[in-house]
Write a protein that binds this ligand. Sequence first.
Ligand code: SF4
Length: 767
Amino acid sequence: MNDVRDAIDAETAIHYRTCPLCEATCGLEITMKGGSVARIRGDRDDVFSHGFLCPKGSTLKQLHEDPDRLRAPMIRRGSPDDPESWEAVSWDDAFAEIEQRLLTVMGEHGRDALALYLGNPNVHNLGGALYNRAVLRAAATKNIYSASTVDQMPKHVSSGLLFGSPDAIPVPDLDRTDHLLMLGANPWESNGSLCTAPDFPGRVKAIQERGGKVVVVDPRRTRTAKEADEHLFIRPGTDAFLLCGLLHVLFAEGLVSLGDVIDHVDAAAVDAVRAAVEPFTAAGVAAVTGIDAATIERLARELAVAASAAVYGRIGTHTVAFGTLASWAVDALNLLTGNLDRPGGAMFPLAAHASKPRPPKPGRGFSTGRHTSRVKGYPEVRSELPVATLADEIETVGEGQVRAVITIAGNPVLSTPDSGRLAAALATLDFMVSVDPYLNETTRFAHVILPPPSPLARSHYDVAFTTLSVRNVANWSEPIVDTDQPQEHEILARLALVLGGQGAGADPAIVDELLLHGALERSQKDRNGSARPAAELVALLEATEPTDRLIEALVRCGPYGDGFGENPDGLNFSSLRDNPHGIDLGPLQPRVPEVLRTTSGTIELAPPAIMEDMRRLVRALEELPAETAEHAADGSPDTTMLLVGRRHVRSNNSWMHNVNVLVKGKERCTLQINPADASRLGLDDGGSAKVASSVGSLVAVVEVTSDVMPGVVSLPHGWGHAQPGTRLSIAAEHAGVNTNVLTDGAVLDPLSGNAVLNAIPVTLAPA
Ligand code: SF4
């Protein structure tokens, strides 16, 4: 027997899978020996990433083996500050507790007494991506919140208004463009976002190698900025002004060209944009942004004359007071330079699991505000309310007050504004459930934690990021380790069944079947007389696991699929399984007008909501230069600075800080400040500064660097560990400070409800 076991233990197996940690979706080669991970490196044969990986990718082993990662459900019997309050229980006992306590709250106070928060990791795993909708539907509450409103919601809104679908997001065609203008993006650290491109740095360098130009606009000289052909400092929060200034130059100098989409844009809308950007002269914009007028004019001309060009704005353009306007202006610039929907410009991906292209026709369009938040009246966007108002909804007594919360894979206590207030509010809840592998700064307030298994124990197919990819690819990965924990989809299905009143003991297969039949029925709905019954298609599925069956169904009915036999050369589950390095489906193709879902069937370039909000931008254009001058004119040392965030390649928001190899070494949670400001304010490198905003204060370690522009300070987000009751032993040793105690939950981008996390006025003093 021992000989047999030794032989098995000595067995080495190599597996290939997509890294689920960030949007880049790199292929990994994982060597298993004796049931353990022996090595992780980039998969050189991956059709998309070609062997690239960042320092995080190889740490799936440490994540998998992390002793702090929860393996069993936990019920809290005492204070959230006391780590001894927790008791490991069986899954049945955990769901029985949830059923009893959650349904009591909802029975006494109504369904809106429950709030749900979905964190960012949901879009990185198949269970969350496919099964959260069942939880949301069963909860039937209007109190839905997610990380989208501290991140990319402005892009969804601008895409919804322009193209009729919030998910029709054009991405820069990195591999073919001749000119790339990036604002508020730092892919050398983030690896790209709303633009899936493994080895983003390599793809940017390739633009330069083929004679193209890369320009970065950012208040910090980031690693990306250092590699660019040109870097321009910009006053934080003013990207929308710059973008409108560029549009103004295009119109003023007769450089507007609509390119291939000319037949799908109303000429009156072009005139409306011309009028809307009229006030944004290069000189006026220069005064606000700090970029001189001649440079603004040159940037616009370069975009207009480049053989192909793409403008790409990311988190720094979105998490500001004019986030949706900036996001709209990025696409307007791509369109009005003739670069929308053409190779080398900004293009719409077509994922393998997406709906098949249909003949162009008017759609239902996009709107917001079908309901509003109870306390502050914020409009719903994509069925969500701004997470910045969650504390209001918990604290404010009255009908509809939130008294129970479910968080799924998120850490809003570190990632959302005015987080000290949110933490205090969570502590007052009648009941809270968290689906999460860690006892962290947020889940410590839960009464029950349901931990999903390690990423290595799950199958994977990137549902979210193949729709944002610079090349169309499909890649399915099998689980490579066993687990005795239920899969995340099963946890979510059981939660949905409890919320739907079917009981803690109901069979999760009920949800599996509902989702599968629903997906197949939707796939057949445009086929009129030739629609095939879902049951007939279900019988043809090869995959056995519920999430894999759903993916198989979507891919087979999708644009490259075998149509369940109608297109024998198309993709099916065997093709996914038999191609562990992925399937390359080619470069992006033009998709206008088929991609449009506006009510007019055209690109609605001048949507009324955007045109209305432009008035706010015009007002700020007039007010901001005076405000800036006031600071400069004051004879005494001006202690007011603008705070911005930053990324680091070894971080992933808050949740990779418990991996020792990623956090060891030089302190990363530092307050970066320009030498001139440091000297003026009496701050020393390595010393401490007290940073105060309108809502909170903290003390941070000072890092003096000329990489940050004068008048600006920078702190990374996702830190502030070592809070009582957490179980993150490595993160606690590298606690850092939580920048979101400084951000104000009452200041939002009005069109999207997105929080303002950048350009925060703060005062500084030596601590
Ligand atoms: S870049 Fe992202 S997907 Fe690639 S290895 Fe790093 S964390 Fe994983």
